[in-house]
Design a protein around this ligand. Structure first.
Ligand SMILES: NCc1[nH]cc(CCC(=O)O)c1CC(=O)O
Length: 313
């Protein structure tokens, strides 16, 4: 491989391409003489579009093919939405950089209604995220929640076709695609606790590839890394996949880390919430201890229901 070329394995959805372009531009600006090439590929998550993700199962639906390209030296880095990155990595690979987080909140998008509370009873809301569904149903059990998949543009056209009265999407994705004007309201974390890593872009590479790691180092955003570490530690301790509604969201204020989390039943009938405050250096411990508190407060039973008795200890 040429010394002055770095290859990015990327999915081909507009959002994935935006994120890869963003990393390319930042790397080329930081390292004059470096050429960054995109290596587009298709993942299983892109192919299975008609089934809700929770039913497809299997972690890392959007990342496996990209990781194979890294292992086979067909690319040097993979750029991911942190929300879609599983907790474990194949031998020899790891997540080495997390870029500065975009707005992590969920967005309420509708052509007729200004906010969730403005929706009449029986309104149809589109989302395939169990986490969004659970929190929405807990607040408004009178709404009808329908599955909604596809990339951001596809989801918006399904709304515009009249298939839904409103849909929920990530603010970050809409902003990155220049679609911020579609957001009627960004839902506060109290109303829709974000997913682990939502709004953050992470970069994976071969751990032994020192040259690539040096090139990536200046892209790492320390505050984002600390926040996402706490969120992921909580999720890891719960052994949470995408079959369970889990929210995990950390903020940093005046040097204090504040982690909130929830585990719920998909229909919103049960929900366990908790929070922890602590030192940023203890991010991982904070996440683990919050997960254990949630497990003791009812999350173990919720997870057992979903996984047919196979809940974490
Ligand atoms: N699951 C798909 C996905 N992965 C990341 C984002 C949004 C951007 C982000 O969280 O960084 C989205 C779309 C959505 O949830 O609306």
């Amino acid at each position: 491989m040429l010394d002055n070329v770095l290859r990015i394995a990327t999915r081909q959805s507009p959002l994935a391409l935006w994120q890869a372009q963003y990393v390319k531009q930042r790397l080329e600006a930081l390292h004059p003489g470096l050429t960054v090439e995109l290596v587009p590929m298709v993942t299983r998550g892109d192919v299975i579009l008609d089934t809700p993700l929770a039913k497809v199962g299997g972690k890392g639906l959007f990342v496996k093919e990209l990781e194979l390209a890294l292992l086979e030296n067909r690319a040097d880095i993979a750029v991911h939405s942190m929300k879609d990155v599983p907790v474990e990595f194949p031998e020899g690979l790891g997540l080495v950089t997390i870029c500065e987080r975009e707005d992590p909140r969920d967005a309420f998008v509708s052509n007729h209604y200004s906010d969730i509370d403005a929706l009449p009873a029986g309104s149809i809301v589109g989302t395939s995220s169990l986490r969004r569904q659970c929190q929405l149903a807990a607040r408004r059990p009178d709404l009808v929640i329908r599955s909604l998949r596809g990339n951001v543009g596809t989801r918006l056209s399904k709304l515009d076709n009249g298939d839904y009265d409103a849909i929920i999407l990530a603010v970050a994705g809409l902003k990155r695609l220049g679609l911020e004007s579609r957001i009627r309201v960004a839902l506060p974390a109290e109303l829709s606790l974000p997913a682990v890593g939502q709004g953050a872009v992470g970069i994976e590479c071969r751990l032994a590839d020192e040259r690539t790691r040096m090139l990536l180092a200046p892209l790492n955003h320390h505050e984002t890394t600390v926040r996402v570490a706490a969120e992921r530690a909580m999720n890891t301790r719960l052994e949470g996949g995408c079959q369970v509604p889990i929210g995990s969201y950390a903020e940093l204020h005046d040097g204090e880390l504040w982690l909130r989390a929830l585990v719920g039943a998909p229909d919103g009938s049960k929900m366990v919430r908790g929070e922890r405050r602590g030192h940023p250096d203890d991010a991982v411990q904070l996440g683990i201890s919050l997960a254990e508190e949630l497990l003791d407060n009812g999350a173990r039973e919720i997870l057992a229901d979903v996984y047919n008795g196979d809940a974490p200890a």
